[in-house]
Design a protein around this ligand. Structure first.
Ligand code: SAM
Length: 275
């Protein structure tokens, strides 16, 4: 018998993956959590039926959501990840020797637990002594910490349920206050192909808070449309014009110094969305 995971991307389009084995399937207090092994993308974390990360293409998302802000900031010491319970963002952040402490604030402890068991290639850095794991709501955590982080990364699920409040102007204002005086924030902000209104609103909301706001793109095969946006808000440094001197030993597969500047060059339809 063949088993297939069917991810509804929009009402009229689905992506399907042939499953080798279901490693875990459980209802957590927050979501339906599954980790399945697939023929095309290896093991993948699936929350409420939506693919979050896969062994085969996770490097694109995790490198871009971390190295763009961390190479823009001249000396990032303290970094916060909101969401990101798979640990991939923390793994990339800790490749930066300047980082003294990376805090992960994930609302669902079961995501951390299962990713540690079944996705060790992605989650291993959660046990690094420079990483502090906090299980709780990112909205509350950001509200309770002021002027503390050089970089804040919102590595969240889509804007529904527990993650709904992580998208929008009032949260970006809280993030602004949680950052140090030259801090930088970045968030995964969905696909302009299927969700132009979300991309537009997030960009507008961030722009109302941060002096420098930009959108950048990456090609992620397992995310809807394969073409994903990230929104970056910066108090001081322009991420698009920074000159990156990339150390050779970082073991990266997607991010390059050239791509750092190039990923902000947008196709016309995306420029039109955010104008
Ligand atoms: N790379 C992924 C993507 O864009 O599909 C995101 C992966 S990461 C696993 C997303 C995490 O955000 C989930 O584990 C979820 O539990 C967490 N999350 C959702 N809302 C949250 C909140 N309010 N505070 C902290 N974490 C939250």
């Amino acid at each position: 018998m063949e088993l297939w995971l069917k991810e509804g991307q929009i009402e009229d389009a689905v992506m399907t993956y042939k499953i080798k084995e279901t490693l875990v399937r459980r209802m957590t207090p927050y979501q339906d959590l599954a980790i399945v092994d697939t023929y095309a993308f290896g093991r993948m974390l699936v929350l409420d039926g939506i693919v979050q990360t896969t062994i085969k293409d996770e490097y694109v998302y995790h490198e871009m959501i971390t190295h763009i802000p961390l190479f823009t900031h001249p000396n990032p010491k303290k970094v916060l990840v909101v969401g990101g319970g798979d640990g991939g963002a923390i793994r990339e952040i800790l490749k930066h020797p300047s980082v003294e402490k990376a805090v992960l604030c994930e609302i669902d402890g079961c995501v951390i637990e299962e990713c540690k068991k079944h996705l060790p290639e992605i989650s291993y850095a959660l046990d690094n002594p420079r990483c502090e794991v906090f299980v709780g709501d990112g909205i509350k955590y950001v509200h309770e910490h002021k002027n503390e982080f050089d970089v804040i990364i919102v590595d969240s699920t889509d804007p529904f349920g527990a993650a709904e409040g992580l998208f929008g102007g009032s949260f970006y204002k809280e993030i602004f206050d949680c950052l140090t005086e030259d801090g930088i924030f970045v968030a995964q902000t969905e696909t302009p192909f299927y969700l132009p209104d979300v991309v537009k609103k997030v960009y507008k909301d961030a722009k109302a808070v941060f002096p420098i706001t930009k959108l950048f793109m990456a090609a992620i095969p397992t995310y809807p449309s394969g073409y994903w946006s990230f929104t970056i808000g910066s108090k001081k440094y322009d991420p698009e014009s920074v000159k990156v001197d990339l150390p050779e030993d970082m073991k990266l597969k997607y991010y390059t110094a050239k791509l750092h500047n190039a990923c902000f060059t947008l196709p016309k339809f995306i420029e039109d969305i955010i104008r």
